[in-house]
Design a binder for this molecule. Structure first.
Ligand code: ARG
Length: 242
């Protein structure tokens, strides 16, 4: 930051004051930045939170005239944080499910995903049926976790897909169940691992807000509509995913 910018920032701070006043101007978004290309830690400093969801969140904040504040937390505490009023919105590649809809409201679906099975090179499963009773590693609280629980009583859950993949690399589990795009990202450059799309259902990601926060929801949906219409949504897909 150069001096002029710093001085300007100070003046703005002095003018707006701290506490509640400033808080109103922020959009606090919760994420779990272990899910590339949707959200991950990186950039020049190595500490920036980047990704597809983050770029959309930036646009939502800009359209709402608010400053974006990202809070990185465990995936399974995002909806809790939402309901505790600690965050205004979840942007975490979160699949819209009926269970989650009991505790949060979701935006329009903005991305279609499905589960991917990662195994050691040479070990392959051609249907979910074959995964029954196997030892499966997942990220805690994800849809992969729920699906794995239905297939086996031997589920090892971790705070990130990265750790689940480590467990597989170490030969401790038979497979990892994780969303396809992040799974492909996690195994890139690891020739000892392979992945497959089986017959798992499509899942749709949505941004979550606290139940009843229709104003925030309308803002999110309006930004999504605008980005889809003006091509910026597709540009982000190309930039991050395809
Ligand atoms: N789509 C899956 C789910 O909703 C996985 C999301 C994991 N997201 C993350 N940021 N780690 O459960």
């Amino acid at each position: 930051m150069n001096k002029t910018v710093a001085a300007l920032a100070l003046t703005t701070l002095a003018l707006t004051g701290c506490g509640e006043e400033t808080k109103k101007q922020q959009l606090i978004v919760g994420t779990n930045a272990t899910f590339p290309p949707f959200e991950y830690v990186g950039g020049e400093s190595g500490t920036e939170i980047l990704g597809f969801d983050i770029d959309i969140a930036k646009q939502i904040a800009a359209d709402a005239g608010k400053e974006l504040v990202i809070k990185d937390m465990k995936f399974d505490s995002l909806i809790v944080a939402l309901n505790a009023g600690k965050i205004d919105m979840v942007a975490a590649g979160m699949t819209i499910t009926p269970e989650r809809q009991q505790n949060a409201d979701f935006s329009k679906p903005y991305y279609e995903a499905t589960q991917y099975v990662i195994t050691q090179q040479g070990v392959s499963f051609s249907s979910s049926e074959q995964l029954k009773g196997k030892k499966i590693a997942v990220q805690l609280g994800t849809t992969g976790d729920t699906i794995a629980q239905e297939l086996t009583s031997d589920v090892a859950s971790f705070n990130s897909g990265f750790e689940a993949v480590m467990e597989l690399s170490n030969g401790k589990v038979d497979a990892v169940l994780f969303d396809a795009a992040p799974a492909k990202n996690l195994i890139a450059g690891k020739p000892q691992l392979q992945g497959a799309l089986l017959e798992f259902n499509p899942e749709f990601y949505g941004f979550a807000v606290a139940k009843g926060n229709s104003e925030m929801l309308a803002q999110i949906n309006a930004t999504l509509d605008k980005m889809q219409a003006d091509g910026s949504y597709n540009a982000l897909l190309t930039k991050h995913i395809k």
